[in-house]
Each structure stands twice: as C-alpha cells, then as structure tokens.
Design a protein around this ligand. Structure first.
Ligand SMILES: Cc1cc2nc3c(=O)[nH]c(=O)nc-3n(C[C@H](O)[C@H](O)[C@H](O)COP(=O)(O)OP(=O)(O)OC[C@H]3O[C@@H](n4cnc5c(N)ncnc54)[C@H](O)[C@@H]3O)c2cc1C
Length: 289
C-alpha cells in the first residue's frame, strides 16, 4: 500500500472541496471494510484519503414528511438497532444482519455498500423493493434518483467522480409496507450471497394491489423481476399458484453465472425458491396487518 495524506473534513462542503481539489488522486473513506482491503492490494493507490466520518450531513436516521432518511454513513449495526427502521422498514434489518460479521457491520456503512456496488450487495434488494431514492452531492449541487438508476453495473454506480452519496430515502408512501428479504450463501455467517431476494407488497381488499420483486447476485447488478411482479399483481392474496408462477418467471428474468461458488443452474433453483419465499413472507406480513 502506498502512503497517503489523510484528511477528516467536518462538513459536506469541506469534503466536496477537498475531493475536487485533489481529484483524481483522491478516495473517499467510510468504514473502510471494502476500501482498505482494496488499497492493500493496489500499488498505485490514492494520494489523499478523505475520511467521511466527521461529516454530519451523512449521518443519522430520521423520519421526515418525505419519508425515512438514512445517512450514507449509517453503519449496518445502526440499521439493526434503529427503532425507526424496525417500525417502518424492518426488511432492511433482515438484510443488515446477514452482512459479514459483527466487526464488519460495526464499521461498514450502507453508503459504502451501495457505492461498492458488487452484484451480491445485501443492502440493494430491499431498497429496490421499497422504491428507495438516493441523494448525491457534487460541485454543482445535489441530485436525487431512484436507486435502480444508481446501480449501473458491477462496481459501477451513477456517481460522478466528484460526487458523494449523501443519503437514502424510503418514500413516505412505502413506510410500513410489508416486505421480506432472503439471502442464500454457502454458510449461515460471513458468506457473500449466491442469490439474495426481496419483495414488497401492497394489499387492498384481499387482492395484491402492487408488488416489487428485487434480485441480487444473479445479474450484473440488482434487478427487478418485472414480469414476475406482473403475474402476482391483481391476484388474490391466497393464490399460491400465482406465487409459484411468478417464482418461475423470475428465473427467466435473471442472468446468473457459473463461478467458483455456485453453478448457474443452482442459482436458478435459488432464485425460484427465494422469490417464492419473499413473496409468501411479505404477503403474510400484509395479511397479519
Ligand atoms: C469480511 C467481510 C465480509 C463482508 N461481508 C459482506 C456481506 O455479507 N454482504 C455485503 O453486502 N458486503 C459484505 N462485505 C463488504 C463491505 O463490508 C460492505 O460493502 C460495506 O457496507 C462497505 O461499507 P464501508 O463503509 O466499509 O465502505 P468503504 O470500504 O469505506 O468504501 C467502499 C467504497 O465506497 C466509496 N464510498 C463510501 N462511502 C461513500 C459515499 N458516501 N459517497 C461516495 N463514495 C463512498 C469509497 O470511496 C469506496 O470506493 C464484507 C466485507 C468484509 C471485509
């Protein structure tokens, strides 16, 4: 690892200024669980590391009129312990507890997870299922976009090099919406997802009025299974056959690969099982009130 200057700005403006001034020889540091591993294996790393840990605008979880705002520097442990998230978006907790081990969750942030943007990222599917928005800030000001537009490809997001991810918003209309998350790995702990899946549902008068299904680790980035959603939407809550049909459809919408952790064929099985289970669990949450 090459030596670098370490800067700890105390505001978002200061962080933007110092990163713009040092571009392109600069890297942003959140919890470091991805970045420090990467730097140890990079001979030609950044000359300046900007630690975001003291930037107040990136912290905190709060309910606003727009929805639930989660700062990019919020750690996975903070998500697990948040009363607001337990109340409004508990599927986020189901995802956070599967990330790494205690130490990784104590240091790793939701922002770092989203920006690293590996296909198997565990924060992604629930946020897609809950139609989350992300806010990014750069020299030209702030912009907000749906999380599906933020994910561009493996390790590639819509962030420009001079931008910082500020926060994630679960829109007010999605708060409390029944949702579920499932992750399949080679072990129960400390395992990257072979497949992960999330779903959210809205139920009206015994019918499924709206459905969002998101799948991870089965395509270059998190995808929505739009055709599977279409099968389920409009059906009666007790229509298990529709859930099975949707699960099979989701398999055709994904592009799983063969790699050293699992075959594409095994991943296809997991997509069907995972899609069925997250739909079933989200619907159970809806009917339980
Ligand atoms: C042992 C181990 C196990 C793991 N297990 C899992 C797992 O099960 N599931 C999973 O999804 N991940 C896992 N990870 C990956 C990692 O822990 C997570 O992705 C974590 O959330 C990264 O967050 P961080 O704060 O540590 O990011 P950092 O390492 O600090 O940063 C990661 C990248 O994001 C950029 N960045 C960070 N914050 C911002 C911001 N606000 N704006 C712009 N750019 C930013 C950094 O410049 C860097 O490029 C694991 C990692 C380890 C080491």
């Amino acid at each position: 690892m090459r030596s670098f200057e370490y800067i700890t700005p105390a505001s978002l403006d200061a962080a933007l200024e110092v990163s713009t001034r040092n571009a392109p020889h600069v890297k942003l540091l959140a919890g470091g669980t991805d970045l420090l591993v990467e730097l140890k294996h990079t001979a030609n790393g950044p000359k300046v590391l900007v630690d975001l840990g003291r930037v107040p605008e990136l912290k905190g979880i709060e309910e606003t009129s727009a929805g639930l705002r989660i700062g990019a520097m919020v750690t996975h442990t903070e998500i697990m312990e948040s009363r607001l998230i337990a109340q409004h978006a508990p599927a986020m907790i189901a995802a956070a507890v599967t990330i790494g081990a205690v130490q990784t969750r104590n240091m790793g942030t939701i922002g770092g997870n989203l920006v690293t943007c590996v296909p198997s990222l565990d924060s992604g599917p629930v946020l897609v299922a809950l139609d989350a928005l992300v806010t990014v800030a750069g020299a030209k000001g702030k912009r907000q976009m749906p999380i599906t537009e933020f994910f561009v490809g493996p390790r590639k997001t819509a962030l420009s090099p001079d931008e910082i991810l500020v926060d994630i918003l679960i829109p007010a209309v999605m708060l409390g919406r029944p949702a579920s998350f499932r992750k399949f790995g080679l072990r129960k702990g400390q395992a990257l997802a072979l497949v992960n899946a999330a779903a959210s549902v809205a139920v009206e008068d015994g019918r499924i009025a709206d459905t969002r299904i998101a799948l991870g680790a089965v395509s270059p980035t998190v995808i929505r299974a739009l055709q599977a959603e279409a099968i389920v939407t409009g059906k009666n809550v007790g229509d298990t056959a529709a859930l099975r049909e949707a699960a099979e459809m989701a398999v055709t919408e994904a592009r799983p690969i063969d790699d050293f952790r699992a075959s594409a064929a095994y991943r296809r099985e997991l997509i069907a099982v995972g899609t069925f289970r997250v739909l079933e669990e989200a619907l159970a949450g809806a009917t339980a009130g």
